[in-house]
Design a protein around this ligand. Structure first.
Ligand SMILES: C[S@@+](CC[C@H](N)C(=O)[O-])C[C@H]1O[C@@H](n2cnc3c(N)ncnc32)[C@H](O)[C@@H]1O
Length: 194
């Protein structure tokens, strides 16, 4: 694991969570690196839904995952509509959802995730998760990213403890504005005890 990369920590955690045959979602396919990672975790009996609003991103994802083995379902759609694009049989059975926010590297920086659509999508993602399923979100703290982070923090910090645990991971001694990750684990029981 690369100890200076928050994404690397997120992948390590996801690797420990996901088993062969699981169904998972990449909410921001981009160049397909996270989709490929998820495909290796679920193996040939698993499914990966991969969302992006740019066809160039889905082409790149298709190319990089061509021989990945898993059943990869590319969706040219905003992740704020993810519930409509995930088969009903998988609702409540998703093992993990990953958001790697921001814009397509080497693409149009104006086409980026936004606070409104991301918070809507995150709420849907939590509904789609299986009990003990994990939602991981990597946020970049440039101008627009800071707005998105603040919006996510208010939504996630307000989640009742009996529904989900919310962990925030950040490097405290890196220069500049290093990215931050949220890791949300859906609780198996929804009884309001604490
Ligand atoms: C930082 S990139 C993702 C990197 C990617 N996971 C990888 O491994 O290469 C963010 C992606 O989110 C996409 N995006 C922006 N808004 C979106 C939305 N509402 N729904 C789905 N994808 C979106 C962008 O088009 C961009 O490709």
């Amino acid at each position: 694991m690369k100890s200076s990369s928050i994404l690397s920590y997120v992948h390590t955690l996801l690797r420990a969570t996901i088993s062969p045959g699981d169904v998972v979602i990449d909410a921001t396919a981009g160049n397909g690196h996270d989709t490929l990672f998820l495909a290796t975790c679920v193996g040939s009996s698993g499914f990966v839904y991969a969302f992006d609003i740019q066809s160039a991103a889905l082409h790149a994802t298709a190319a990089i995952t061509e021989n990945a083995g898993a059943d990869i379902r590319l969706r040219l759609a905003g992740h704020q509509h993810m519930a409509e694009h995930v088969d009903a049989e998988h609702h409540g059975g998703i093992r993990a959802v990953v958001f790697n926010l921001g814009y397509l590297p080497s693409g149009d920086k104006g086409i980026t995730t936004t606070a409104d659509t991301t918070t809507t999508a995150v709420q849907q993602a939590i509904d789609l998760l299986a009990p003990n399923g994990v939602l991981a979100i990597v946020c970049y703290l440039h101008d627009q990213g800071r707005v998105e982070y603040d919006a996510l923090l208010s939504v996630l910090a307000a989640l009742p403890q009996h529904q989900a645990t919310v962990l925030e991971c950040r490097f405290r001694n890196q220069q500049g504005n290093p990215p931050v990750a949220f890791v949300v684990t859906k609780q198996p029981h929804t009884k309001a005890t604490s």
